[in-house]
Design a protein around this ligand. Structure first.
Ligand code: HEC
Length: 182
């Protein structure tokens, strides 16, 4: 008649052990892919009005030489970045960059709810978000220059085969790469 309590004891101990194992930390509980580990993902949403062309806006012709200087200029941002910090060698652009504007840009959709943007609007979005600065005045020669340079020198030479533009570049996108997937 001693076996029954022993079995119960064993079950109870087993339960404790299992509980301890859970408390000790399941390595998969902290899935590194659960957080937005993608460095290309921009933060906090913005008011779409801040990056939308004002009523009656007429794009001006810009000076691409000035645009190139501004593209490299970290003084445009509040965080030490220049456009070139992210976009050198066409970095951070998705395949859609090759399409004529206005077009869909994931960041504009995710952060401002905009389904399509003009090039100058997207430059304003990058001024505001990744550059952590204010949008440029819409009638400024700086915005016109950056727009001209981005269109004539950067977009024209862009080929969507850039590895940074492929979604699979995100290690969390590929299921087999996630050790916690199974
Ligand atoms: C910290 C990194 C970073 C900086 C700095 C940055 N950008 Fe961007 N830029 C991005 C990301 C990320 C995207 C979004 C790509 C997407 O969602 O398709 C983007 C998108 C763009 C696009 C739209 C591409 C398309 O598909 O149409 C343009 C144009 C652009 N940036 C220009 C600029 C300019 C000009 C500057 C400087 C004033 C700048 N960016 C600064 C990261 C940056």
């Amino acid at each position: 008649m001693k076996t029954k309590p022993l079995i119960l004891l064993a079950i109870a101990l087993g339960g404790l052990a299992a509980g301890a194992a859970v408390a000790a930390g399941n390595p998969c509980a902290q899935n590194p892919c659960a957080k937005p580990a993608n460095p290309c993902a921009a933060k906090a949403g913005i008011d779409p009005k801040q990056v939308t062309r004002p009523a009656g806006y007429q794009p001006q012709a810009g000076d691409p030489k000035l645009g190139e200087q501004l593209w490299m200029d970290t003084r445009l941002s509040s965080n030490g970045m220049s456009c070139n910090s992210c976009h050198a060698n066409h970095g951070a652009f998705q395949a859609g960059f090759a399409e004529p504007y206005p077009h869909f840009v994931a960041m504009a959709k995710d952060q401002a709810g905009l389904k399509a943007v003009h090039l100058d609007e997207m430059i304003q979005a990058c001024m505001l978000m990744p550059m952590a600065a204010k949008p440029l005045p819409w009638d400024s020669k700086e915005l016109a220059a950056l727009t001209a340079y981005t269109r004539d020198a950067v977009q024209k030479t862009f080929r969507p085969a850039n590895p940074c533009s492929a979604r699979s570049a995100n290690p969390c996108a590929a299921k087999p790469a996630n050790p916690c997937a199974k």
